[in-house]
Design a binder for this molecule. Structure first.
Ligand code: 25A
Ligand code: L14
Length: 342
């Protein structure tokens, strides 16, 4: 039998942390021991892992002693403070927050796109933004064939990306509106039920949001190509789980719809659902709970020389967060890289 690992999940009680536990179990990741970490408020909570009870512990600087691997999803502040502490303790970190993604010492990895970048990790590997992950998984095989020069993307992002509190807010507000009451606004700046908010993360000085900026910067880093121009608009929609994206791609060379469909059908982690005559196209209610990134509505863009329009949908808690993080951990295991280099 191969080596088994002591794995810590930081933010274990959150929406992403919950999915991490499920996916580690589903995929048979070689876990010797699972340690669930969260805030003091959640300490003592009993969680299930592979049918056994795990009691949540408060995250402290001592939490990583004897741990081999930690999956973090507790927000950027927690990652900034605790990822270096974990690394010092000899524990390799796969971080789901935005804290370390653009650090030149930290690989930013989507296993279907740039698996070899795990080779140069120095103790921390970053998991990209959910909207970026599902876009690059589909772009990669097309880029290899015809080189993407420009991307224009608009997202339709589910509330689950913000965490468990936001899922409750959508459900609660929907009930309030249907009952003719004023909706209670807590997580988002405005009502999200029966509405759309062109506002994800904070606004920057140039008028774009940080979420839009992440899509621009992270796409270049993961694809290893600074020449790809990315223009993004990120929108929160009243969907519980599953992010959708309208993506317009421009290429340096010709790429037919038929060839794109063939490349995507063969691409790892991608599922083509594109039969509009039979009303078949990707939708968040179909992608939620699934591991694949779904693509459909594949059309030529006749307004440019070499262009395609696509509709891409994935489960943002799975491929957009927890699944991608577990796949990174699997790569580390396969390549015997679950150790902090000296
Ligand atoms: O800063 P960022 O990077 O932008 O990230 C901000 C937030 O985005 C989520 C994540 O929220 C994060 O907090 N996130 C991060 N990366 C993401 C990604 N790639 C991402 N979302 C999508 N894609 P989250 O809700 O998923 O997780 C929050 C978890 O972090 C724990 N935490 C927060 N600060 C911490 C900390 N843990 C340790 N130390 C800290 N300083 C947090 O734990 C949670 O596990 P908690 O104990 O504070 O609270 C859990 C509470 O939530 C309740 N609860 C859970 N599920 C439900 C629920 N209540 C109702 N319904 C549910 N379904 C628990 O009862 C508990 O009280
Ligand atoms: O950069 O939907 O991982 O609010 C965390 C919050 C992604 C979006 C990140 C949300 C973000 C998420």
């Amino acid at each position: 039998m191969g080596r088994e690992y002591r794995v810590a999940v930081v933010g274990a009680t959150g929406a992403v942390g919950r999915a991490m536990r499920t996916i580690l179990a589903e995929r048979g990741f070689p876990v010797k021991q699972l340690v669930a970490l969260a805030t003091a408020k959640s300490a003592g909570t009993r969680l299930d892992f592979r049918g056994e009870e795990v009691v949540v512990q408060e995250l402290t600087p001592e939490s990583f002693k004897g741990m081999d691997l930690a999956l973090f999803s507790a927000g950027g502040g927690t990652s900034l403070t605790y990822a270096p502490i974990a690394r010092e303790a000899g524990c390799v970190v796969v971080d789901n927050s935005s804290a370390w993604r653009m650090d030149p010492q930290v690989p930013l990895v989507v296993p279907e796109v740039n698996p070899d970048d795990v080779e140069w990790h120095r103790g921390i590997i970053a998991n990209p933004n959910c909207s970026t992950i599902q876009m690059v998984v589909v772009m990669k095989p097309l880029h290899d064939e015809a080189r993407v020069t420009r991307v224009v993307v608009s997202t339709y992002q589910a509330v689950s990306g913000t965490g468990a509190k936001a899922i409750n807010e959508l459900i609660h507000q929907t009930g309030e509106v249907l009952a003719g009451q004023d909706p209670t606004i807590a997580v988002y700046p405005h009502q999200i039920a029966f509405n759309c908010l062109p506002h994800i993360d904070v606004f920057l000085e140039d008028g774009y949001t940080k979420e839009e900026r992440k899509m621009v910067d992270e796409t270049k880093k993961i694809m290893g190509d600074d020449s790809i121009a990315v223009s993004a608009t990120c929108v929160r929609v009243p969907v519980q789980n599953g992010h959708s994206e309208s993506v317009n791609l421009q290429f340096a060379r010709p790429l037919s719809v038929e060839r794109a469909r063939e490349l995507l059908a063969a691409a790892p982690g991608v599922k083509v659902v594109d039969d509009p005559q039979n009303k078949l196209y990707p939708m968040p209610i179909l992608a939620s709970g699934k591991d694949e990134t779904f693509v459909g509505r594949i059309r030529r863009d006749p307004t440019v020389e070499f262009g395609l329009n696509l509709w891409i949908v994935a489960d943002n808690l799975r491929k957009g967060a927890a699944l991608n993080a577990v796949q990174i951990a699997e790569l580390l295991v396969e390549r015997d890289l679950v150790r902090v280099p000296k």
